[in-house]
Design a protein around this ligand. Structure first.
Ligand SMILES: CC(C)=CCC/C(C)=C/CC/C(C)=C/CC/C(C)=C/[C@@H]1[C@@H](COP(=O)(O)OP(=O)(O)O)[C@]1(C)CC/C=C(\C)CC/C=C(\C)CCC=C(C)C
Ligand SMILES: [Mn+2]
Length: 389
């Protein structure tokens, strides 16, 4: 274990790296890429979703969400889920741990941080801890220290072992300690956390996506998982008549919508890193290729392509809206705020006349604040079935 008391927010990735040098880990996978190739090949796209999804042309890959929902709804205390571990942490240390998580969330994720400020204290602390774990995981593969750490399967395997430790109450540093405590307070499942690490594995070897199915899988791994991690913290309204599956699906869609938006916002930046997340077959349908993405020229063809991409990203936010109304009363406002603010990045791309090759779309603070009352009024809505019960 490393010394954690000197960590500063900007050292998050270094802190992650400092504990991954021990040589004794077991290798779970022969290599990062073979693991992911296997996943892509064996998780057959399975259209088990509603007519609405079919009409939208959205493939719903079998992402084993049912497995998570089933455990979440059961009272099986033997399972890793719902284990009430009691980390031996004193109040002051824990307060400091959460405070460090808060600082990082405030510094790196203004939109999410705004959302968390609208939550109850317990929930907001839990989301800060989850945020920091997600951010550190992402930093391992594309943060400033990623090259220095030569991110490879070893680093990610070690990070996954460390995750397993966190879930049994063993923390390596202060950030882990906050998450360990969160796990003792909320019925979090380790699965989406593991899946996010798989997504980062994927990002280390894959820089092109042939079609939307491939991209969707990546988006699930790195972002849909965040939705699944968040539901147990946000809570489902006790009067909701919706199935847990419906609500988890909606949370997953919010993650997908966020990530598609992220990808559309960052096309130019990602291209500079040699990455094109846009589906190759869809680029070709619009007479475009990687070369157009790299050229930085915003043509009419590019605009038309972007319009279609934006429409699809919005459709995921729309699907998420349905589930947001079934969350616990106290969680609806923050979730609606995050949804509206993140979705409005798409409006900004339109405002920029679809120039996401040279400009980064940005939602100003004023606009964000204006969305608070709109989100508040949306959050007052409860599905009609609840009013009857
Ligand atoms: C029923 C219902 C609607 C429930 C709500 C569920 C819910 C709260 C869903 C939230 C979904 C969400 C916030 C997804 C985040 C997706 C995201 C931005 C993923 C990013 C991936 C990698 O992308 P990239 O490398 O291209 O990005 P950068 O340029 O590096 O930024 C991630 C970076 C993966 C890691 C994710 C995070 C760090 C964000 C985690 C956020 C939270 C835990 C906060 C959620 C809180 C609120 C208030 C919504
Ligand atoms: Mn990233």
């Amino acid at each position: 274990m490393c010394s954690v008391f000197t960590l500063k927010p900007c050292n998050v990735a270094i802190a992650a790296a400092s504990t991954i040098t021990e040589p004794s880990w077991k290798r779970k996978y022969a290599s990062a890429s073979s693991q992911v190739v296997t996943n892509v090949a064996t998780i057959a796209p399975k259209n088990r979703s509603s007519l609405l999804l079919k009409q939208l042309g959205i493939p719903h890959t079998d992402l084993r969400v049912e497995e998570i929902v089933e455990r979440q709804s059961s009272n099986n205390t033997d399972h890793e889920l719902s284990r009430k571990i009691k980390p031996e942490l004193d109040g002051e240390f824990l307060d400091e741990s959460y405070e460090r998580c808060r600082e990082i969330c405030a510094e790196y994720a203004k939109t999410f941080y705004l959302g968390t400020r609208l939550m109850t204290e317990e929930r907001r602390k839990a989301i800060w801890a989850i945020y920091v774990w997600c951010r550190r995981t992402d930093e391992l593969v594309d943060g400033p220290n990623a090259d220095y750490m030569m991110t490879n399967s070893t680093v990610l395997n070690r990070w996954e072992e460390r995750l397993e430790d966190i879930f049994v109450g063993r923390a390596y540093d202060m950030y882990d300690a906050a998450l360990t405590h969160t796990i003792s307070q909320f019925p979090l499942d380790i699965k989406p956390f593991r899946d996010m690490i798989d997504g980062m594995r994927m990002d280390t070897w894959k820089s092109r996506y042939q079609n939307f199915e491939e991209l969707y899988l990546y988006c699930y791994y790195v972002a849909g998982t965040v939705g699944l991690m968040s539901v147990p913290v946000m809570g489902i309204s006790p009067t909701s008549s919706a199935s847990a599956q419906t609500i988890y699906d909606a949370a997953l869609y919010l993650g997908i919508g966020n990530q598609l938006t992220n990808i559309l916002r960052d096309v130019g930046e990602d291209a500079l890193r040699g990455r094109v997340y846009l589906p190759q077959d869809e680029l070709a349908q619009f007479g475009l290729s990687d070369r157009d993405v790299m050229s930085g020229k915003v043509t009419d063809g590019w605009r038309e392509f972007m319009k279609a991409q934006i429409t699809r990203a919005r459709s995921y936010f729309n699907l998420a809206e349905e589930g947001a109304s079934h969350l616990d009363d106290a969680s609806r406002w923050p979730v609606w705020t995050a949804l509206l603010v993140y979705r409005s990045i798409l409006d900004e791309i339109e405002e920029n006349d679809y120039d996401n090759l040279n400009k980064r779309a940005y939602v100003g603070r004023g606009k964000k604040l204006l969305m608070l009352p709109i989100a508040y009024s949306r959050a007052q809505f409860r599905p009609p079935a609840l009013l009857l019960s």
